[in-house]
Design a protein around this ligand. Structure first.
Ligand SMILES: NC(=[NH2+])NCCC[C@H](N)C(=O)O
Ligand SMILES: [Mn+2]
Length: 302
């Protein structure tokens, strides 16, 4: 008998990783809008367990230092929730929060096996400081999780390579720079660029990605950057890119995916309330999360 894990909502209040830091207030805005209650309409066990805040840049040496220090504290909170049997649902915050989230998941399963990761994003986020023009840490978490880049991001828990290249799939990419693409090509990471998503449909891509990330792993997770969506559905992000995934397609394809017993954690990032238009992006975030976390019984009935 499958059992739904309780959802542990964790706010990742970090904007220091982005050039536009407004997404620092994304988790708070979704919380005040009633995200837990909204998820609780389908299931009663969704609650906020923590808000983890990054130290402002001025208090530390650099944005990278701020993100590195923050990542350690976020990872600690995520790790604790995993050990308690809950499913962490990390709400960004800029996408640099993924370093903390997935380092914790990888570390919690270390010794038992590898973790898989599905990364839905308009960008590749696979820069190292050596290849990034912007030097914005939210353009670096994929590389860091693969073990490349600044030691402060790659080496949480004292080890690197949290996600193996063959256990990672990126879906929806349509804005990237040559250096990050070269890294992913060299490592052999499967990237489903937007033209492929348009051709095959998001659902077919997601199903293939799910099979891939489950194949050689003991647990898997989903990191969803709201800028993967078409800006018509998600105007409230710091780095929107035209011609993205339609909200309806994502909501349909992701239905109940977190009910899989091997799904370890979920992450939704880059909500920037300062750029939202009539709450449209917040509504998209609610719709995505309730679809993803639909309880087992309802997911099967659907
Ligand atoms: N998570 C994000 N929104 N990342 C955007 C990154 C944009 C650009 N590739 C950069 O590195 O600056
Ligand atoms: Mn991203």
């Amino acid at each position: 008998m499958m059992k739904n894990k309780p959802l542990a909502l964790i706010g990742a209040e970090v904007g220091e990783g982005a050039s536009d830091s407004g997404c620092k207030w994304g988790a708070r805005a979704l919380r005040e809008r009633g995200l837990a209650q909204h998820l609780g309409e389908a299931r009663r066990d969704a609650r906020w367990v923590d808000m983890v805040g990054a130290r402002p840049e001025q208090e530390v040496q650099s944005r990278l230092d701020s993100v590195a220090e923050f990542s350690g504290r976020l990872a600690h909170v995520v790790h604790r929730q995993l050990r308690s049997g809950a499913m962490p649902v990390v709400i960004g915050g800029d996408h640099s929060c993924a370093v903390g989230t997935w380092s914790a998941v990888a570390d919690a399963w270390r010794g038992q096996g590898d973790i898989g990761l599905i990364w839905v994003d308009a960008h590749l986020d696979a820069h190292t400081p050596a290849t990034s023009d912007s030097l914005a840490p939210h353009g670096m978490p994929v590389a860091a999780l693969l073990g490349h880049g600044a030691p402060g991001l790659t080496s949480l828990y004292g080890w690197t390579g949290k996600v193996k290249p063959g256990n990672l799939v990126i879906i929806g990419a349509r804005s990237f720079e040559a250096g990050e693409r070269a890294l992913l090509d060299r490592l052999g990471v499967r990237v489903m660029y937007m033209p492929e998503v348009d051709r095959r449909g998001f659902a077919a891509c997601f199903d293939e990605a799910l099979a891939l990330v489950r194949r050689h792993t003991v647990a898997w997770g989903l990191s969803f950057d709201l800028d993967a969506l078409d800006p018509a559905d998600a105007p409230g992000t710091g780095t929107p890119v035209e011609a993205g995934i339609a909200l309806v397609d994502a909501v349909q394809a992701l239905r109940g995916c977190a009910a899989d017993p091997e799904c370890a954690a979920i992450e939704l990032t880059e909500y920037n309330p300062l750029h939202d238009v009539a709450g449209r992006t917040a509504q998209s975030a609610f719709a995505l999360l309730s679809s993803i976390t639909l309880p087992v019984a309802q997911a099967i009935a659907a």
